[in-house]
Structure formats: structure tokens, C-alpha cells
Write a protein of this length. Structure first.
Length: 182
């Protein structure tokens, strides 16, 4: 009986390892590198002159020059907070000397609830209409920037949106049914 149990355990372990290898995973694949998030954040970094930000620790590459996971414990990117699922949920890059435009690619950050790129950032251009795809969003802050154009109408469809700060920016318009536009 012990020999049969040993063979069963050995076969089960081999099957588990085979399944993981076929799936391209590992026993620790729970926190696998998410290239969709990485690409969206890289688009932001490149569109806003990331190498010249005041604070950009761990963005894009780690200290060894390898692509870096924004949600990796102990090596999180400056201003990026992640949830327990390893998804970006908050970007807080206020007063960080970002220059350029907000890329539409941020719309793929489906767990994002807060985006603060305000105060002392020289952002320009319009807000991408695709930001309305961020259905979990509760807080947008783009005040004291040079963002221009009109408020994307799709933002009015964001059921969870509680705060939209645009004061001292060059953006205009209203959001029907949304009271707290600052």
C-alpha cells in the first residue's frame, strides 16, 4: 500500500507540474507580470517625459535594467498603488513635473479608482474620451494643469465617479447630472 500511495503522490505532482508548464505558469503565477498594465503605464511615462519626472522610482525598469512589474511587492513604482489582485487601482502623480498629454491607453487599467495628475504638472491637450471606459473610477484630479478642450461626455456615465477636479485648468463644459465638478 505504501508503494501505491507513493506512486500516486509522485504521479499527482508530475501531473500538476505538467499542467503548470503547459499553461506557461508556475506555482507562483498568481502575481504574473501583467503586460497590459505595463504597456498602459509605459505609454503614460513616455507621453509625459517620464525620465524627467521629479520622482520616477522603479518606473519601467528596475535597478538591473529589466522590465519592472508596477505591482511587485517591495519594488512598486512611485505613485502606483495596486490591489490584492495585482491590478493598478490608484495613480497619484501630483506635483511631479509631468509634461505632455494623457494617453488614451490608460483606459485599459480597469481596476483604477483614482487618477491624480494635478498641481505643478504641465499637462496639455484634451482628456482622452476613452477615460470613460474606467468604470470603477471614483476620483479624477487634473486641476492646476494646462489640459484643454471639453470634458468628455462619457464621464457622465461613470456611476461610481464622486469627484472630478478641473479647476485652474483650460478645460470647459459640463457633465449633465453631475453636481461636483470643481
Amino acid at each position: 500500500p505504501n508503494v501505491e500511495m507513493h506512486l500516486f503522490a509522485h504521479s499527482s505532482l508530475r501531473l500538476l507540474l505538467t499542467v503548470l508548464a503547459v499553461r506557461g505558469g508556475s506555482a507562483q503565477s498568481k502575481s504574473a507580470f501583467d503586460y497590459v498594465q505595463y504597456d498602459a503605464l509605459r505609454a503614460l511615462y513616455e507621453a509625459t517625459d517620464g525620465p524627467k519626472w521629479d520622482r520616477n522610482a522603479n518606473w519601467i525598469h528596475d535597478k538591473y535594467g529589466k522590465e519592472s512589474d508596477p505591482c511587485r511587492k517591495g519594488r512598486e513604482w512611485y505613485g502606483v498603488d495596486c490591489n490584492l489582485k495585482g491590478k493598478v487601482m490608484r495613480l497619484e502623480l501630483s506635483s511631479n513635473d509631468l509634461k505632455g498629454t494623457i494617453p488614451a491607453a490608460l483606459a485599459v487599467l480597469t481596476d483604477l479608482i483614482e487618477l491624480q495628475i494635478d498641481r505643478e504638472n504641465s499637462l496639455s491637450g484634451p482628456l482622452p474620451p476613452r477615460l470613460a471606459e474606467l468604470t470603477m473610477m471614483r476620483n479624477f484630479e487634473f486641476d492646476d494643469t494646462k489640459i484643454s478642450g471639453t470634458i468628455p461626455k462619457g464621464l457622465a456615465t461613470l456611476a461610481r465617479l464622486e469627484r472630478l477636479r478641473l479647476e485652474d485648468s483650460h478645460i470647459s463644459g459640463t457633465l449633465p447630472g453631475f453636481v461636483s465638478v470643481e
